[in-house]
Structure formats: C-alpha cells, structure tokens
Write a protein that binds this ligand. Structure first.
Ligand SMILES: CC[C@H](C(=O)O)C(=O)SCCNC(=O)CCNC(=O)[C@H](O)C(C)(C)COP(=O)(O)OP(=O)(O)OC[C@H]1O[C@@H](n2cnc3c(N)ncnc32)[C@H](O)[C@@H]1OP(=O)(O)O
Ligand SMILES: [Co+2]
Length: 134
C-alpha cells in the first residue's frame, strides 16, 4: 500500500520564524506560504533531495493544529505523509482492518492539490498518518 514518504510535518507556533530558521540557519529552500482555510492551517514546504518537510501553523478558529500546539507550545512533529497510488482502495482496506479514517472518510484536496486522508494517531503507534494519492 505505502509508497514514498511525501513529507514529514512539523507544527510550529510561528511559521515566519520557522521558515527563517530553515532558510537562514539551515540553508534550506523553503516555498512561499500557502493558506489552506479548509484545513485550518498555513503551510510552507522545505524542499529536500529525497522528501519534504511541511511546516504548518494554525489558521482560523478551529484549526486541528491548535490543540496540538497547546500540548506542545514550542512545536513538534505533527504527522507523516505517505504516498499511495489509490487512496480509496487504501481507505477501504484500512477501514476493513478497523483503522479509523478521520473526518467524513472522503478524501479532501491537500496542499499539493491531490486527494488526502488522515488516520488516527492512536491506531498507528502515536503517529498521525496522512495518505496522499500520487
Ligand atoms: C491537508 C493539508 C496539509 C497537507 O499536507 O496537504 C496537511 O497536512 S493539514 C494538517 C492538519 N490537519 C489535520 O491534522 C487533520 C487530521 N487531524 C485530526 O483530525 C485531529 O488533529 C486529531 C483527531 C488527530 C486529533 O484531534 P484532537 O487534538 O482534537 O484530539 P485529542 O486532543 O483528543 O487527541 C486524541 C489523542 O491523539 C493525540 N494526538 C493528537 N494529535 C496528534 C498528533 N498530531 N500526533 C500524535 N498524537 C496526536 C492526543 O495527544 C490525544 O492523545 P491522548 O493520549 O488521548 O491525550
Ligand atoms: Co501534511
């Protein structure tokens, strides 16, 4: 089922400061901010030779990231995104195995304009998993 790691996500309290840290201190190439109101976040992507790091901060009042930052005020690893070739087949297989697919269960459009789903962290060893169809 799983393909490449598409990105590792880090939730941060201040996206501009985190962007400067990756760009200026770590010398990395960082994309422009992308506001994703339907997901309650603003994100940037740190471009790396073999994958990406997604830096994300809350956007709006019901951001799913806000509760995470209350527990982790300086930020922290938020999720890992794996690529899948068929997100609906993956979803159905996972649901059959008893894994919780978050939200309505229907894929939403992610930051790359492709369908994404999330799996509950408690079902995967304390790690929030995002699946992105590539
Ligand atoms: C799609 C656009 C973009 C992209 O890449 O394209 C993104 O990635 S957007 C990313 C932001 N969107 C999401 O995270 C959507 C999925 N997330 C959720 O549905 C919620 O955040 C959820 C269900 C994971 C947690 O919701 P909430 O924090 O309200 O619930 P609890 O506080 O009750 O948490 C339950 C339990 O899970 C632990 N938890 C919460 N978040 C995480 C996490 N990121 N990693 C690991 N564990 C997490 C939390 O601590 C609770 O544990 P407990 O031991 O019961 O205290
Ligand atoms: Co993501």
């Amino acid at each position: 089922m799983l393909g490449r790691v598409n990105h590792i996500a880090i939730a941060v309290p201040d996206l501009a400061a985190a962007t400067a840290g990756y760009r200026d201190t770590l010398g990395a190439r960082v994309s422009q901010p992308q506001a994703l109101p339907e997901h309650g976040v603003t994100v940037v992507f740190v471009e790396l030779p073999n994958t990406k790091v997604e830096l994300l901060e809350p956007l709006g009042d019901n951001s799913p990231v806000a509760a995470f930052l209350e527990k982790n005020p300086s930020g922290g690893m938020h999720h890992i995104c794996y690529e899948v070739s068929d997100i609906l087949a993956a979803r159905d297989q996972l649901a059959k195995s008893g894994a919780r697919v978050l939200g309505s269960g229907e894929p939403k459009t992610g930051a790359h304009g492709r369908p994404v789903l999330f799996l509950h962290p408690k079902d995967f060893f304390g790690t929030l998993i995002e699946l992105e169809q590539v």
